[in-house]
Design a protein around this ligand. Structure first.
Ligand code: ADP
Length: 295
């Protein structure tokens, strides 16, 4: 199964071009869609999820024309949106039962079995009687996955899933997501590079509505190998370096600024060649569109 996006564009009524001629093929497995806030990720996710229309272009899930057959797509789709409303007084079990009913599971005992197995899968069975309003951030996200899985979807879309989770909740959520990838298409939209490096076998980077890179994380890293240098400087020196070099990222370490610079040519003493990681790949691409230090 493949999701194939062709020449997709969307301009909002305020003139913001959120998607600019995006073409992308997404195979089975875990696919990371990476971009800074405002890049167009949610617009793309909502369009694939049939919640909004594009101005032009097409999306196909194998032979199925997604934008023309919304109901058929919804039956195959599991969607965990960025902010998904929970009914705070309803228990996890009752809510999932309701969602399963909406997804067409009419038989009560089938539904009981489905709800119980979903709650077990996301490790919420012991909390099944608790009101959703009492759930922590991590529990809410795991519940979100349970509801997204309710219809046995072949396409799962998860929008910014780890924002607001603490490190142990994030790890648990990573483990859960990594189990989903094998027989389905899972698209993980995020601005957190670690989410993609931990989970995804393929990825794309978008910024200002444009596709900047698509492929395997490993190939992205290979493409910048030998070009990323680092140097530790005083904060006041940054402007000078930004004028002279392609500074792609900065990090404060013990009060000093560790800066990464991209250069095709070897740099003078004081700069040290680094082994790049996915963050370097990300910032290297983003720096071609926007000043990555201000985002
Ligand atoms: P991301 O999910 O990557 O943060 P979005 O798709 O939410 O990006 O937004 C892309 C751009 O479109 C941003 O500049 C955002 O302000 C704008 N935008 C998003 N939704 C709307 C809308 N309903 N009306 C107008 N502008 C919008």
């Amino acid at each position: 199964m493949n999701l194939s996006i062709s020449n997709l564009s969307k301009t909002y009524s305020n003139g913001v071009k959120a998607l600019n001629n995006i073409s992308l093929t997404i195979p089975q497995g875990m696919f990371g869609l990476l971009g800074p806030n405002g890049a167009g990720k949610s617009t793309l996710m909502r369009t694939i999820s049939t919640l909004q229309d594009a101005d032009s272009g097409s999306i196909h899930l194998d032979e199925l024309d997604v934008l023309e057959n919304k109901q058929a797509v919804r039956e195959k789709l599991g969607y965990l949106p960025q902010d998904f409303g929970l009914y705070p007084r309803i228990s996890a079990e009752v809510m999932l039962d309701h969602i399963a009913q909406m997804k067409g599971v009419r038989n009560k005992s089938d539904r009981n079995y489905l709800v119980e197995s979903l709650l077990q899968k996301v490790n919420l069975y012991q909390h099944r009687k608790k009101a959703l309003g009492t759930f922590s951030g991590g529990m809410r996200q795991r519940f979100g996955i349970a509801q997204a899985l309710a219809g046995n979807p072949s396409l799962i879309i998860v929008d910014e899933p780890t924002a607001g989770l603490d490190p142990s909740e994030r790890n648990r959520f990573y483990n859960l997501l990594s189990e989903l990838g094998e027989n389905t298409i899972v698209i993980l939209s995020t601005h957190i590079v670690e989410d993609v490096s931990t989970l995804c076998s393929r990825m794309a980077i978008i910024c200002e509505g444009e596709l900047l890179m698509e492929g395997k994380p490993r190939d992205g890293i290979e493409a910048v190998a030998g070009k990323i240098y680092q140097k530790t400087i005083n904060k006041e020196e940054l402007d000078h370096y930004k004028n002279e070099y392609q500074v792609i990222s900065t990090k404060l370490i013990e009060g000093k600024l560790n800066m990464h610079v991209e250069s095709e040519l070897p740099l003078e003493a004081g700069f040290e060649l680094t082994t790049p990681d996915l963050e370097d790949v990300y910032f290297s691409h983003i720096a071609k569109k926007v000043d990555p230090i201000t985002i």
